[in-house]
Design a protein around this ligand. Structure first.
Ligand SMILES: Cc1cc2nc3c(=O)[nH]c(=O)nc-3n(C[C@H](O)[C@H](O)[C@H](O)COP(=O)(O)OP(=O)(O)OC[C@H]3O[C@@H](n4cnc5c(N)ncnc54)[C@H](O)[C@@H]3O)c2cc1C
Ligand SMILES: *[C@@H]1O[C@H](CO)[C@@H](O)[C@H](O)[C@H]1NC(C)=O
Ligand SMILES: *[C@@H]1O[C@H](CO)[C@@H](O)[C@H](O)[C@H]1NC(C)=O
Ligand SMILES: *[C@@H]1O[C@H](CO)[C@@H](O)[C@H](O)[C@H]1NC(C)=O
Length: 544
């Protein structure tokens, strides 16, 4: 993650408190008032469903509860959805037991209440906690146990656990195991694993969800199912098709992967004056084909030139993990990537858990693994992400034209994540995630900012859309492809309360290619009335 584009920088933002919020305090929109009785009935139903009705006050937060705002904000991870005009849930339910989740599903369905499910809240479009329909948030953060079985090399992880908590618990049980998931330690298990997930070991061990062995889910009837009772289809769907279309996932059983005692990491930066174009061009050949033990992420950003005063340049930074020794990495790269000129001094050996801390911090600091347990509640900056896949290397002239566009736009950056390795060995239909062999790398369009304001937001979102549009000739088409966990509502939505197959097919094909239709069939079978839905959920087949 590049420093200024690092979505993990939790800097406090100074925000104005506009007059309009005072107005909102005293004015309840009609849609909420109209559904008031349904929500009262929901809460009554929930207290009759749970074993200890006295607990209800500890797990239900209505808007007049003094803790409502802090509970809502705790896992808002994008400040774009922390404004006075952002639609707010009527009630937040924070289950502390699995039976509370069952009760919430049963009672919401019975009373026609719309549910949003939030685990870690990192959805880039806030889909887990924002809805245009009156809604309840089922907030899973209390369900976060991580139980590691080092001998069996597995763990059961509840959805409210963060990736940092998963890594930390694995490390406490074994120094020779890890898990191939995302870099940012506050990402939640619930969304990450059900939406695919990947990290710096994707070339060696595949997607996060390729390493899921079992799951527990509450279905639309409030029943708890595991891998056997849910059946092959549903178990396939929730490993990459997005959990929120199918039920509430409670926990996943994951397979731990071996990591060496010492891994090697490095960070290398080149500006245009230092032949960045040659480096990026060459990277496209090497990064997706080299030894599976090596993952080299590439970050590309417009920055102020250090050489030519007052001018803009492009900075290309490689952040890499090698599952092996420094000497072996130097030998490998001097053969395959001599242009980089990497020397022993440029790399560091450390334990895998230290790498996790190092990569997350983004500042070159290796602090105690304990930092992985920090949840950083109620801190976010503003951001927008989009994604693409590249199947043919971009020419030097192509790269130069992209740099020019990026410098002209000013802030939006690109992150290239190489594929190959294990990703080439898994069939495109093995799981809902279809972007396997044939893809050299994925692009993330990344822009983050710190100041509130409609103008800033418009400018930055426009920048990211312009670059996306400019990239059209260089990226996969038929279909142009996207990664579900980089949620992007620009690529299509199912409009307000609708359940349109035609609308769903637009984004569904980009996220899932041919797997979309299988997801639709499974959805139709397990949730025929489309209770579990959001702007980009899987639609049901039209009733005949
Ligand atoms: C700072 C940052 C860094 C990231 N880094 C990576 C990375 O390295 N690799 C990567 O692959 N992705 C990365 N992502 C994307 C991340 O994987 C997705 O945003 C993921 O969906 C987040 O999961 P969550 O539980 O935190 O999010 P949430 O916002 O809680 O949920 C996301 C979606 O999943 C649904 N959902 C959540 N929990 C459940 C559940 N229990 N049952 C059913 N549905 C559920 C929600 O309703 C929503 O639709 C990053 C995101 C951020 C903000
Ligand atoms: C850039 O490339 C040129 C020509 O190949 C080479 O002479 C020069 O040393 C390189 N500069 C850097 C900083 O690597
Ligand atoms: C490393 O961490 C220390 C202590 O948290 C901090 O003071 C320092 O600024 C950090 N270094 C960098 C390069 O950010
Ligand atoms: C949300 O906004 C409030 C101010 O209105 C601020 O105190 C809080 O830190 C913000 N939280 C997030 C997650 O952006």
């Amino acid at each position: 993650m590049g420093k200024s584009n690092n979505p993990f920088l939790y800097l406090p933002t100074t925000r104005m408190f506009p007059l309009i919020s005072l107005f909102l305090l005293f004015h309840v929109p009609a849609s909420w008032a109209a559904s008031d009785s349904a929500h009262n009935a929901f809460v009554q139903c929930l207290s009759s469903q749970i074993k200890q009705p006295a607990q209800i006050s500890k797990i239900v937060y209505a808007q007049n509860n003094p803790s409502y705002s802090s509970v809502l904000r705790a896992y808002i991870r994008n400040a774009r959805f922390n404004t006075t005009s952002t639609p707010k849930p009527v009630i937040i339910v924070t289950p502390t037991e699995e039976s509370h989740v069952q009760g919430a599903v049963i009672c919401a369905k019975k009373n026609g209440i719309h549910l949003r499910i939030r685990s870690g809240g990192h959805d880039y479009e806030g889909v887990s906690y924002v809805s245009q329909d009156p809604f309840v948030i089922l907030d899973m953060f209390n369900l976060r146990s991580v139980v590691v079985d080092a001998k069996e090399e597995t763990a059961w992880v509840q959805v409210g656990a963060t990736l940092g908590e998963v890594y930390y618990n694995i490390w406490q049980n074994s120094k020779l195991h890890g898990f191939p998931a995302g870099v940012c330690s506050t990402v939640g298990v619930g969304g990450h694993l059900s939406g695919a997930g990947y990290g710096f070991m994707v070339r060696k061990y595949g997607l996060t969800t390729d390493n899921v062995l079992d799951a527990k889910i509450v279905d639309v009837n409030g029943k708890i199912l595991d891998k056997t009772s849910m059946g092959e289809d549903l178990f396939w769907a929730i490993r990459g098709g997005g959990g929120a279309s199918f039920g509430v996932i409670l926990a996943f059983k994951i397979k731990l992967v071996p990591v060496p005692e010492k891994v090697t990491v490095f960070r290398a930066e080149r500006s245009l004056e230092e032949n960045a174009t040659d480096i990026v061009y060459r990277w496209q050949q090497v990064a997706p084909t080299t030894d599976d033990n090596l993952f080299m992420r590439m970050l590309i950003q417009p920055v102020t030139s250090k050489v030519k005063k007052g001018e803009k340049t492009i900075r290309a930074s490689i952040v890499a993990l090698f599952l092996g020794k420094a000497d072996d990495l130097i030998t490998l790269l001097s053969k395959e990537f001599p242009e980089l000129g990497l020397k022993k001094n440029d790399v560091m050996e450390m334990s895998w858990i230290e790498f996790v801390v190092w990569a997350g911090a983004g500042d070159g600091n290796v602090t105690s693994p304990k930092v992985l347990l920090d949840r950083h509640p109620d801190t976010a900056i503003f951001g927008k992400r989009k994604s693409d896949y590249v199947q043919k290397p971009i020419s030097k002239a192509g790269l130069e034209s992209i740099w020019k566009k990026m410098i002209e736009l000013g802030k939006v950056g690109l992150v290239f994540n190489p594929y190959g390795g294990k990703m080439n060995q898994v069939q495109a239909s093995a799981l809902p995630f279809p972007h396997r062999a044939g893809n050299l790398f994925k692009i993330q369009y990344s822009i983050s900012w710190q100041d509130a304001g409609i103008e800033a937001e418009k400018n930055f979102i426009t920048q990211s859309r312009s670059l996306y549009s400019y990239m059209t000739p260089f990226v996969a088409k038929n279909p142009r492809s996207a990664y579900l966990n980089y949620r992007d509502l620009d690529i299509g939505i199912n409009h307000h309360g609708k359940n349109s197959y035609a609308e769903g097919k637009v984004y569904g094909t980009m996220y899932f290619h041919e797997n979309f239709d299988r997801l639709v069939k499974i959805k139709t079978k397990v949730d025929p009335d489309n209770f579990f839905r959001n702007e980009q959920s899987i639609p049901t087949l039209p009733h005949n």
